[in-house]
Design a protein around this ligand. Sequence first.
Ligand code: GDP
Ligand code: MG
Length: 162
Amino acid sequence: TLPVLAVVGRPNVGKSTLVNRIIGRREAVVEDNPGVTRDRVSYPAEWSGRRFTLVDTGGWEVDVAGIHKAVAQQAEVAIELADAVLFVVDATVGSTDTDEQVVRLLRRSGKPVVLVANKVDGPAVEADAAALWSLGLGQPHPISALHGRGTGDLLDAAMAAL
Ligand code: GDP
Ligand code: MG
């Protein structure tokens, strides 16, 4: 069976946009509003001649108060099933309490993690990406899932972790 790379992070950070970018199709549902109910979805993917299964983790219909818990539960299952994790943070927003909660799960899992600083659409946002070193997950990989900026280097790092 193929190694599993899971994409986790809180709603609206651009997980599904990144999944579409990696698989080269528009199958993952991109939502402008967080909190749309959807199951985990797996896609066959390939980079540098290596095949793997890419798992998008979705939104859930949760009230604002329950959002931390729902994200954490979904992330926990995805992390459990994964061989390596792409942890996506919105660099333009920075780290939130929900992000910190997922970081704790990732640490506890012991799984290899590649930190993705998304929405770095241009050089002006690079400094915001660098601020994510503070999460303690190593190097933040600045990308724009929307425009494709930095995704090649990110996938190289992901293959090294997988
Ligand atoms: P998910 O909830 O984490 O799966 O996030 P989505 O992929 O559904 O994206 C949420 C919103 O962020 C959508 O409006 C996307 O178009 C937008 N988005 C995703 N990636 C980027 C990016 O790299 N730059 C910018 N500016 N917007 C992005
Ligand atoms: Mg999504």
